[in-house]
Design a protein around this ligand. Sequence first.
Ligand SMILES: O=C(O)CCC(=O)C(=O)O
Ligand SMILES: [Fe+2]
Length: 339
Amino acid sequence: MPAAVSGRLLTRNINMASSHQHQQPPRASSRALPVINIGRLGDKDPAARALVVQDIARACRDCGCFQVINHGVSKSVMNGALEAASEFFDMSTEHKEAFASDDIRGPIRYDTSARDGISKCRSFLKHYANPLQDWVKFWPKQPASYRKKMGMYAVEIQRLSVQLTGAIMQGLGLGPMYLQEKLGAGLQFMALNNYPQGSSQAGDTVGLAPHSDYGFITILMQSSPGLEVMHHDDDAWTPVPAIPGALHVHLGDHMEVLSNGRLRSLLHRAILNTDEARISIASLHGVAIDEKVSCAEELVDERHPKLYRESSFHDFLDFLPTNVNTYRRFVETLKFDRA
Ligand SMILES: O=C(O)CCC(=O)C(=O)O
Ligand SMILES: [Fe+2]
């Protein structure tokens, strides 16, 4: 665990394109990804909480992402989830393909192909997780510890997501309880991603092409580096370091909509790790599947007209099959045409 520092800048973007070296440096060159100690987020002392909320608000605005430490999810629970995922992907093709399905509305889905328009070189298992008792029955029975280990992780991450969205809502001036009940009872959708080592046979170094996630926030754990992010002001990718014990958090399309564009969903991709095969577990959080998300009325006024139309996760699922040949971010399709 790194030293517990709030908002400390840990990385510098090393992706500055050589063509920029003699010109005005691109803004991406100074992009640094914050690591935030959220240990005092649950503090009774409102001033201690307010400092953390401020760090989170700044990170959301300036980077669209941050890593959290002191988040209360134990290392053993985190490692357990990575082990369960890795053991699942190590199982026979036959076992894994028992979860293959063309039904994107199904409760669980395994796939290896690029049918979604963004998978370049990954296999994945996707399933719902909240509330656990409703979904765990669809999860793999083998490996034998999968349900227990992934279930413990899912519950902890769901708890953390509510805490973090509460802080983000407070940072937006909506108050810490804004949508908390709906998010607590809402959607948790987990994507377990498995990437081979190095580049693919086709020479591809990208495992998962650039995209943004549809939900409010995504909490992601990676077994080794590979995740890269691009803030909307940038023109270069920033690698997300794999800090032991830390969890990466980024904003999704519905947070952009809710905030009426004050916050923006984060473009990200996964590159293949040339040293080792890589696993990531992304947990996407939102309100219930059919619940429409619109711009918060508190953030709409004469100077800030409503920028997005409302949508639900179901609308997103309806949109997915139309998004295979040329990828478009869901949030772009929600923008009102004000031309
Ligand atoms: O593998 C990664 O780091 C990214 C995964 C991701 O973006 C996703 O599952 O939506
Ligand atoms: Fe993603």
